[in-house]
Design a binder for this molecule. Structure first.
Ligand code: SF4
Ligand code: SF4
Length: 178
């Protein structure tokens, strides 16, 4: 008789459930509609981003949020793939404010400093120049050669105030401390 061999043990780390997570989302404007999602999948099937991504699924993000699996939602870079086109919101038969809930989740991620590097860079560019992308001197000269007017200068004090109000300063600070 062949000797029995033990199956290799799998290293399974249980997911942490945080029942308070859904309430954090639901207390924000439009976040309260999270509770009425019944997981039909219309949002995912109509989402233009999901069509081109193997991992981005708004329905799944909402379910993970309902279940309180914070660790799979906030640090995930896929959270930032939403283009805020609102197709999901228009198509949801339950009236769930899907796009707004995704915005709430991104705001919670910002508060925790869980933001992809590219967005902290964009926020820093806006803070320093008023533009999401730094416009090089070469580009400015090219505009002049083509007879185009110089780009308008941003009011950096107003940009500073707006970033402070919108929470963008947190992004910049988290970049500075890296
Ligand atoms: S379409 Fe609405 S009800 Fe259906 S899964 Fe998406 S959010 Fe939930
Ligand atoms: S708002 Fe975001 S989640 Fe909704 S359909 Fe558009 S890209 Fe997809």
């Amino acid at each position: 008789m062949a000797e029995k061999t033990e199956a290799p043990k799998k290293d399974v780390t249980p997911l942490k459930l945080d029942p308070s997570f859904k309430y954090e989302v639901m207390k924000e404007h439009d976040g309260e509609t999270l509770k009425i999602c019944f997981q039909c999948g219309s949002c995912t099937s109509s989402c233009p981003t999901a069509r081109f991504s193997d991992s981005y699924r708004p329905r799944t993000i909402l379910r993970l949020s309902q279940l309180g699996i914070r660790e799979k939602v906030l640090p995930s870079p896929t959270l930032w793939l939403c283009t805020a086109c609102f197709t999901c919101t228009d198509r949801c038969p339950q009236g769930v404010e899907v796009a707004s809930i995704l915005r709430v989740l991104r705001n919670l991620a910002v508060n925790k400093g869980q933001v992809p590097e590219v967005f902290t860079m964009l926020a820093s560019n806006i803070y320093e120049t008023g533009y999401a992308y730094k416009i090089s001197e070469l580009r400015q000269r090219k505009r002049a050669e083509l007879g185009l007017p110089p780009l308008p200068k941003a009011s950096l004090d107003k940009v500073d105030k707006l970033l402070e109000l919108a929470g963008g300063s947190k992004l910049i600070k988290s970049k500075e401390t890296q």
